[in-house]
Design a protein around this ligand. Sequence first.
Ligand code: NDP
Length: 329
Amino acid sequence: MEYRRMGKTGLQLSALSLGSWVTFGKQVDDKISDELMGIAYDNGINFFDNAEVYSRSESEKMMGRILKKKNWNRSSYLVSSKVFFGWHGPENKPNEKGLSRKHIVEACHEALERFQLSYLDLYYCHRPDKNTPMEEIVRTMNTLIQQGKILYWGTSEWSGAEIVEAHLIARQLGLEPPAMEQPQYNLFERYKMEVDYYTIFRNLGMGTTIWSPLASGLLSGKYNNGIPADSRMGLEGFSWLRDKTLNEDRIERVKKLSVLAQELETTPACLSIAWCLKNPNVTSAILGASKPQQLNDNFKSLELLPKLTVDVMEQIETIMQTKPAHPEY
Ligand code: NDP
């Protein structure tokens, strides 16, 4: 496993990490998630990602049970949660979501209870909240750090401008700025990582734990010939994701990418994950897996990394045609 320094912090994250969205508490039971976390840990993954909203809090409880059972040294792994969406779904009361001091503090306490842990390593604001002043958010996260309940705070899917605002307020008030972002990043979604955060990486030095490196599985090539029954896009209640993710044009590109992967004696999944890791601004790519075999296969992306030469990267660009336009700096 390769370990990368998270932005300007002293924290080392495994280049690959494991998340629980859709899977824990929905697709997989305790037995499979225990197996997945075991495979991850044994292969050097040190970061497990979670959120209050995943499976309406069942995902945190499941991960907590497994961590307790595994009894690994607390110093050997990092665990995260994210606050914003609440966990009651449509029944959320007004203060049971968002980034007010009340919800951030209560969600943190609840996450600690569900995980059966005394602190979270990473704690994210899962989305920006236009209804809470930035100073309230920064002060609250700083307080949780001071109290030892979280070690680093970060953002997820915030705009570059919002991240800069948080940094400026933190600097002005002598508080902890956000240390990491969690954006989507894959061969189809590149704007934030490659354009919006460009100056942030250069001037503020944030780490990133990127999500959906396979665009929810699309880049594994599993949808090249239809939707397998046991896949994420085949799940009941996920038509919104299917509509957003799958279309003919995208599938055609993945088919071409699959041919290139075959020429390189790898899989489209490994090629797509390795492509994410090639970006030096990626601290960790969070993998998802509903089956142990997927995780075992995807680890091979690390071996592929040195084979992503300039020529191979150009071939990928030619196939995908997704490079975002850069403004002139
Ligand atoms: P991916 O894009 O890598 O999708 C993972 C899914 O793809 C798996 O669950 C599996 O789904 C399928 N898959 C993975 N490997 C293979 C393979 N080799 N062959 C075939 N199918 C494969 O990542 P996720 O979308 O799961 O995101 C990863 C993590 O990122 C999440 O768990 C979560 O922690 C985080 N996240 C954060 C968000 C945020 O807003 N901050 C939003 C979304 C995710 P299946 O078998 O069911 O088809």
